[in-house]
Design a protein around this ligand. Sequence first.
Ligand SMILES: [Zn+2]
Length: 347
Amino acid sequence: MSAVEFEELELTADDGVRLALRHVIGGSAEGPVALLLHGHGVSSDMFATEETRNLAEVLRDNGIDTYALDWRGSCRLPYNERGPRFTYDHVAAFDIPAAVRTVRERTGGRPLYVIAHCIGALALGASLTAGLVPGLAGVVAHGVFLTPRMSATARMRLGVGAELLRRAGPIPTDFRAVGLFSRRTPLFAALTVGAGRCPDPTCRIVHNAWGAGGELFLHDNLHPATHRRLADLAGPIPTWTLPHLRRAELAHTMVRFDDRDARFAALPASAVESADRIDCPVMLLAGSENRFWYDSNALCADVLAHRASSLDVRYREIPGYGHLDAFLGRGAAIDVFGHILEFLEET
Ligand SMILES: [Zn+2]
């Protein structure tokens, strides 16, 4: 089989926000099940690029019954631009548990894996260490998991940006929507300063992680067609999540942001301190050239080896990959997805 087709399902998060859950058509109705979690500002489409062999079809073709969640930070949903405002507490407490529960209702007692990228993995780390999604068969966390660590520059930009951009509204991605002479043009220009040599402004802002700095992907790893449609694959990023990201990065562990809202009381004050609540094998994946989260996952493997030594934790570094290109890249099916299949088979 070739291109991926989805059965589109409705899903309501546990605080009533409407999300989307997509079921890959043609997967095995008996084998293991996988739930995919995208990063912030992209969407479930990152697992289903038509121009390359994508993760959804590789899983399907290997007998894995696959679901992909669009959590509230998805660019296929309206919340990044229009709210309601959210932090990653909402994602960990309301979105991921609802998706896991729904997939379980549909698939019975079959083993369920969660494969998560970037902020999706960070939020999953909070859900897991809160004990909200027990009994998974295994977890693949790409780029980052419990111990976020960025470059000093990104840390500074996050701090300054969180203050300066508090009322600026979402950080745009699509330069065609911003235009040369809008109120948001100077912001767009400022956020792409020093962002590599590509003349495409949308590529520059996504590559520059919406102004946080670093590199969201290795440019040459993208298929030209993927490069052309980056504005479809990535949407705006709201500024109201920056303080949470900043606090977690400063602590080098995923933290609960809102201590006053009782609905988040189950979330850990420090995911690392609660790592012993993880009850399934974990594979930490990272590109050797990740210039957004750098060695966060190597650090996480190290920390877990000390703090939760009974846990099955594997670390796989993918040579020649950055961050987002580990899923979007033209060679990802050969270079990356094999590690995921291997983990699923071994566990
Ligand atoms: Zn480019």
